[in-house]
Ligand binder design. Sequence first.
Ligand code: MN
Length: 272
Amino acid sequence: MPVTPIDRFAERIAPASWQAVDVISDLHLQAGDPATFEAWARYLRQPAAERADALFILGDLFEVWVGDDVLNADASDTADHPFWRACAAALRAFSTHTPVHFLHGNRDFLLGPAGLAACGMQGLSDPTVLVFQGQRWLLSHGDALCLADTDYMRFRAQVREPAWQRDFLAQPLAQREAMARDLRAQSEARKRSTGGDPSLWADVDADAARDWLYHADARTLIHGHTHRPAEHALGGGLQRIVLSDWDASAATPRAEVLRLDARGMRRLPLLP
Ligand code: MN
């Protein structure tokens, strides 16, 4: 099975001053889930002594993103717009003391340069190699490696085309929001057809992950997307670390960051 051809992996070399780096993904922030937003806001308000030196967000920060103009839209259009502005303002304030890096997920792949700037974030390609503490960490959202989900891979290839994005963004905001609601309803229906059990959704292809690691000259892949937090040994000293999604209002509330530092990596739970 051919994997995405990538000639040279993008690299981000951490300054020597960084002692700790936080990695998160799949917060799926949305106006209808204030508890998760509150957990996020608490994380952003951490005292300086507890903070990492940089934050890497591996996609699906937002549940949906139909274009950066949601940040300028008239507040009377929909209740969501003030929420997106509040997210951007909170992140921008955080970014004044801690650099924030972002790569796209399948929900927020339309976050563009204006949206990144409004959130104080630096965009990364997917994947990117983070060179930190003498190690090469391969960072990705993870959806590009879920090769068994051929319907999704086809959809992904289509919506990542610049021409598709241009056409989509040229439509009125209200129309884009209606299309996003339709897509989301379809995706929810698909999830219900598997009984909502994430273990039945497509997972990252192990061969493809090994292939990426080999080309990146890295031993550890960190990704989100599958909502199946785990550490998988891939053989030959390679490993795949899966981040948790965030849902502070679930029956079992979850919100955590993966912290990398000189001691290695550990998951820091953010909820009591
Ligand atoms: Mn995702």
